[in-house]
Design a protein around this ligand. Structure first.
Ligand SMILES: Cc1ncc(COP(=O)(O)O)c(C=O)c1O
Length: 308
């Protein structure tokens, strides 16, 4: 990941040079994680640089803000235009886009009632990550000793800054032990999700994943992959997933904006899939790539060209 090529940031309604996009050390969000954000990708397509499922990401940003009573002083149309402007000004063809809204500086009482909302959008080139060979060969994952917080503890449907402390602990533990990524179980020991991804398993030709009852963030990529599977004759089922489902699966993969569709090749102490990616994972990864890069015109409505 590199910020070097990123020269312009949208901050509180204006485009400013990267080095001027700063916040004060007394900002509420720095101390308590009181902000919300999105992770979005812009793809190089035949329609020019285009943002994938921008309305869905902006809607989730606004819903995340509502959980924390954070009033974002811009409409979705203004944020939509701002995202496109950041990509255009930086002259990116493809990049990752990170809008963030957070409680700024005024008081450090835990209740942020008197703190202003600050809103910013940054963008930078970021190839799909996890293991560099992840997309072709699959990633090795472990079961995290950290549980995913339950939806009665924090709103798991919100993508809020402070909530990621749980993911940080899990991924630090995973990488310390030589794995690429962590899989977190929920408080009932059912599968929740990765530190920044949703999980799918493939069994007997069916694609299975869990849902909001299992304390996951409802991913936009998850939704896209479910739709692509259904539209292409692959049957899908949404239900709780146990570790046993993973251990007996024919294939497994992660989905997320950052990792796209990433096959899993090993799960600590449970299973390896030496021929990862399996055929259904590969098919869905290929379909997803065709859709995000605009090669499948049936899904052009999911792309927002930044020029238009
Ligand atoms: C905890 C968590 N789960 C799932 C996802 C996947 O969500 P999406 O597909 O919308 O990127 C993400 C990434 O945003 C995440 O951080």
């Amino acid at each position: 990941m590199s910020f070097e090529q990123s020269h312009w940031v949208w901050m509180n309604g204006k485009i400013v040079p990267w080095q001027n996009a700063t916040l004060h050390v007394s900002s509420h969000a720095l101390h308590y994680g009181s902000g919300v954000f999105e992770g979005i990708r812009c793809y190089d397509t035949a329609l020019g640089p285009a943002i994938f499922r921008l309305p869905e990401h902006l809607e989730r940003l606004c819903q995340s803000a509502q959980f924390y009573d954070l009033k974002i002083p811009y409409t979705s149309a203004q944020l939509d235009a701002a995202v496109c402007e950041v990509v255009r000004r930086n002259e990116f063809k493809s990049c990752y886009v990170r809008p963030i809204a957070y409680y700024g500086s005024n008081s450090l009482g835990v209740h942020p009632r008197n703190n202003p909302t600050e809103t910013a959008i940054i963008a930078w080139p970021w190839a799909p990550f996890l293991n560099k060979n992840g997309e072709s060969q699959g990633v090795r994952i472990c079961i995290s000793p950290w549980r995913k917080f339950h939806s009665t503890m924090m709103p798991t449907a919100a993508k809020a800054c402070g909530q990621y402390i749980n993911s940080i602990l899990a991924v630090q533990d995973a990488q310390r032990r030589g794995f690429d990524e962590a899989l977190l179980l929920d408080k009932h020991e059912r599968i929740a999700e990765g530190s920044g991804e949703n999980l799918f398993v493939v069994k007997d030709g069916r694609v299975l994943t869990n849902d909001s009852r299992h304390s996951i963030l409802m991913g936009v990529t998850r939704d896209s992959v479910l739709q692509l599977a259904r539209d292409n004759g692959i049957s899908v089922e949404t239900r709780d997933l146990q570790l046993e489902d993973l251990a007996t699966a024919d294939e497994a993969f992660f989905t997320g904006t950052a990792v796209e569709v990433t096959p899993i090749s090993e799960i600590e102490n449970h299973r390896t899939w030496p021929n990862s990616p399996g055929p259904i994972t590969k098919k869905l990864a290929d379909l997803y790539r065709a859709v995000t890069t605009g090669k499948d015109s049936r899904y052009h409505h999911w792309l927002r060209p930044v020029a238009g």
